[in-house]
Design a protein around this ligand. Sequence first.
Ligand code: PHE
Length: 449
Amino acid sequence: MSARGQFSSRIGFVIAAAGSAVGLGNIWGFPTQVASNGGAAFVLVYLVLTFLLAYPILMAELIIGRHAQSNMVDALQKISIDPIPKLIGRLTGYWGLVVVSLILSFYAIVAGWMLAYGLQSVTNMLGMTAASTWLTTASILRDIIFCVIFFVMTILIVSKGVSNGIEKWSTRLMPMLIVLILALIIYVSTLDGAGQGWEVYLVPDFSKITDPNLLISALGQAFFSLSLGVGTMLIYGSYVSKKENIVVLGASVALVDIGIAIMAGMLIIPAMYVALNNGVTIFNEAGDLIAGPQLIFTVIPSLFESMGTIGPFIALVFFLLMAIAAVTSSISMLEVPVAYAVENSEVSRSKASWLIGVGILLISTVIIFNQALLFDLVVAITTQYSQPLIGLMLSIFAGWVWHRHTILEELKDGCPEMESSVFWKIWPSYVRYVCPIILIVMFYTTTFG
Ligand code: PHE
């Protein structure tokens, strides 16, 4: 076992963890949910759910990780005393490991599409029509090529380690992401039709938020967006120095994540109405705003096309933004199995990154060949079912299995006055009772409701 990596600074951790959190979930998932679910009213629900439910679980992961100084499989076992919780802890850890690998396997396919569309804006500028058509026409070859490219980038970063790879690249890429998104928001706001989009976004329609399905999808979105329930935040927490106040760090990560999701809404929703203004169809037959892949790969590209000569440049910036968001998340996914392998065998980080990365790439390939059958299935099994269920397990471990006293000791590192803090007054009983109950109700409703 080699020496454990560590983030070199507080800000390095916040940026890397925010990089993990901010991904396709924020820039793609969040805005579409907002648009079809009552605009600002949904944002409000999302904010409340994130702070009431997702943040406490995020803290559970970070605290367990920093205390155990290990990956989720070993960590949940370490904080348990009796043999049965130890065994359940291990199994939960393995489950997280499998789930995160599966998430990466479909995430990389989608990220590959972003690369293909980004490249297409370049071939468009050069007038290479045939290449452009190939890049934007679904084919197994295209999907595999760009998925491989995306995996190579992810593997190269992870193989360099925590501070030299993950932290370094996150701190390079995240500021770029913020600049790009701001530039796009400003540009899109100046176009005709944007005003209507802003209105849809900012005027709350509370009639939509009474729907229980909405609460569930908002919660699912919050879990996915904060990278919870798969051991990602746990392993990042294990690389945080004992000198840091982890409660504040966790809150900063959640704030950045929400902030960027809200900004993405300011981009995508006005952009859709600009597209409408330019004659692009943005509603489906049922009269709802088009969401999912069709939004990103049909509506948004048609918008760029309708912009004239500046279109390909804006498209390039947009897909670059997407690719950056994706890579800072995918590295955090690959880190989970890699850390496990490095901590439990003699294998070097570099070798583990390549072996595991290529292994997950093979799963992606299977999905690419059987897209109609597997894609939605894998997404549902991992994000809809497993993430909340593992979240539930984590809240049980933090609330029932782990000793309260040890948790306090852990939190006091980096914040000696923790015992009298608001966090300590609320969080322990919160993860013990409130989180499990809500998660069980939510899971029950999604599955059987
Ligand atoms: N949070 C990422 C996003 O919003 C996805 C993710 C899920 C990352 C699970 C790591 C682990 O896109």
